[in-house]
Design a binder for this molecule. Structure first.
Ligand code: NOJ
Length: 605
């Protein structure tokens, strides 16, 4: 008997809205200055209300925390500072009760050097099975062409271990030795750890740093056939014993190089689209759609049961590995005026400061990841436009406590402020007194309300998570226009036209929509019918950084209004023939989406 996951649809991840958070940063329940699972449980209602459907938790396992928990010292327990296994289980159950899936980290490329496996390995005789858990060498010359990822910290991928009297291999920090997947015992331990969490009911696993599992002479030690065989084995183990569980690949590579991580639909269910992300920022700054259309043209089709994961920001630097040298220079120039904003090959800033706290730009960028083919991921705090702290080391400036209210420590903790794991952001623009959940909940025009509406709207249309993508080519390259299409199970075809103005000035565009002649575009946030489409080019005018999502609805058959209808009712019927569930905006003059917290209306079917 397979163990059921909490989701009921095998493709649940395609319709998901993922919210990425660190338990450490979310809510401290015991006043020790560090977030914990009881605290997180107390904030689940907020997340449910926001509308996100899947919670991605950054690593919460026992760890010396020298890489924010990606340096794991025990795969099958909870770091006591965040709570107990029972607390995690309680969190999992509470999330499931609210209809949210849970995604956790499976960091199998490396462990902490404090992991008992490494301690045993360095003390075990050379060549013994225990020593063999990691990758050792008597010299540091092997695999010399392999790039260094944390180049600001590390000078080599080899580190000398005094106890073992040998070098060990590490793709990340030197305190994170790489596991040796040529040793069958390693794979067995990994599968054991994986089953531990899946048995408990975890729905999804993010496969951290997955391209680097194997090393071979004469290669870049990335994406080797052995690595794909290992992933297939992991996937087969999941499919054999569990239902509706998924794995998400973290492979920071070009789309054509990521494609093999989906296999024939028998490797990872999802993979991050790394190269799209910096190009969204580039397109915005250059006011030109080309970076986006270009990278999407280079994105190969993926199997039907697979999905891209789309994001604007996450817990790491805004990585610039997947851009050309010129593009990287441009991104540094455009988005990191202060050298302190740079780290490794990227920029360590949050979404709001990256776009100069410009609300329209924030909305525009979100509209793109919410309407592109894939599953969008919201990084905690970005839904309220939190700022960062570039004076903290490493990537910690984007990992500060969540802002809940204007009280002490932003409502995150009752500890004395000095005791917090990181200080809360306090500057006048992004500080917690200005930017916090409580204030934004009481402000109907806040970014938080806007985000909630966008999430609600997206969830009404499967086309966003599942449909096809076709770009239109209006001559004005400041305008990005694309069609999303999807045929629902009942045969209804959802067709959505998205139009985005990447410019800081108003822009016109003429769209070739002749194939939809007769259809009526209905603006989806306000449910406002636009002029019908004809054989002529369709004219749209966009204010700076604005976007439209327009559902293309078939031409209404002109109904004869019964004599008893008032003029207003008759006009409404003419606009929405056959639609029995249209609700008028809550207040007569309130097409403003922020006024409507529940977008429950259904479109015509
Ligand atoms: C990728 C994670 O996103 C990053 O935060 C971490 O430092 C490296 N993997 C190493 O585990």
């Amino acid at each position: 008997m397979k163990k059921a996951g909490s989701a009921t649809d095998v493709l649940w991840f395609k319709d998901a809205i993922i919210y990425e958070l660190h338990v450490r940063a979310f809510q401290d329940s015991n006043g020790d200055g560090v977030g914990d699972f009881p605290g997180l449980i107390s904030r689940l209602d907020y997340l449910q209300d926001l509308g996100v459907t899947c919670l991605w938790l950054l690593p919460f396992f026992p760890s010396p925390l020298r890489d924010d928990g990606y340096d794991i010292a025990n795969y099958v327990d909870v770091n006591p500072v965040y709570g107990t296994l029972a607390d995690f289980k309680a969190f999992l159950d509470e999330a499931h009760k609210r209809g949210m899936q849970v995604l956790i980290e499976l960091v199998i490329n490396h462990t902490s050097d404090q992991h008992p496996w490494f301690q045993a390995a360095r003390n075990a005789p050379s060549g013994s099975p225990l020593r063999d858990f990691y990758v050792w060498s008597q010299d540091n010359q092997r695999y010399r062409d392999v790039p260094i990822i944390f180049k600001d910290t590390e000078k080599s991928n080899w580190a000398w271990d005094e106890v073992a009297g040998a070098y060990y291999w590490h793709r990340f920090f030197s305190h994170q030795p790489d596991l040796n997947f040529d040793n069958e015992a390693v794979m067995e331990e990994v599968l054991k750890a994986m089953r531990f969490w899946l048995d408990m009911g975890v729905d999804a696993l993010r496969m951290d740093a997955i391209p680097y599992l194997y090393e071979r002479d004469g290669t870049r030690c990335e994406s080797l056939p052995e690595t794909h065989a290992a992933i297939k084995r992991i996937r087969a183990a999941i499919d054999a014993d569990y239902t509706n569980r998924i794995i998400l690949a973290e492979a920071n590579q070009w789309p054509s190089d990521v494609r093999p991580y989906f296999g024939d639909g028998d490797e990872c269910h999802m993979a991050f689209h790394f190269p799209l992300m910096p190009r969204i920022y580039m397109a915005l700054r250059q006011e030109d759609r080309l970076p986006i259309t270009d990278i999407m043209a280079q994105t190969p089709p993926i199997p039907d049961n697979c999905q891209w994961a789309l994001f604007l920001r996450n817990h790491d630097e805004l990585t610039l590995e997947m851009v050309t040298d010129d593009e990287r220079d441009y991104m540094y120039y455009a988005y990191s005026a202060d050298p302190k904003m740079r780290i490794n090959v990227g920029i360590r800033r949050r979404l709001a400061p990256l776009v100069d706290n410009n609300r329209r730009r924030i909305e525009l960028l979100n509209s793109l990841i919410f309407s592109f083919p894939g599953t969008p991921i919201v990084y905690y705090g970005d839904e309220i436009g939190m700022g960062d702290n570039i004076y903290l080391g490493d990537r910690n400036g984007v990992r500060t406590p969540m802002h809940w209210n204007p009280d002490r420590n932003a409502g995150f903790s009752t500890a004395v402020p000095e005791r917090l794991y990181f200080p809360v952001v306090m500057d006048p623009i992004y500080g917690y007194q200005a930017v916090n959940v409580e204030t934004q909940l009481s402000d109907q025009s806040s970014l938080l309300h806007w985000t909630r509406n966008m999430i609600a709207l997206r969830k009404l249309f499967q086309v966003f998570g599942r449909g096809t993508l076709e770009f239109l080519s209006p001559t004005n390259r400041k305008v990005l226009a694309y069609l999303r299409r999807y045929t629902l199970l009942d045969g209804h075809i959802e067709t959505v036209l998205c139009v985005a103005n990447l410019s800081r000035f108003a822009q016109p565009a003429l769209l070739d929509l002749a194939q939809f002649a007769g259809c009526v575009p209905v603006e989806m946030l306000g449910y406002v019918p636009f002029p019908p489409i004809s054989q002529q080019l369709y004219a749209v005018t966009l204010t700076p950084y604005s976007f439209f999502w327009l559902e293309l609805q078939p031409a209404p058959e002109a109904p004869q209004p019964p004599a008893s209808l008032s003029d207003e009712e008759a006009a409404e019927l003419a606009r929405h023939p056959g639609d029995t569930e249209v609700q008028v905006p809550l207040t007569p003059d309130a097409p403003d989406t922020a006024q409507r917290s529940d977008l429950t209306r259904k479109t015509e079917r």
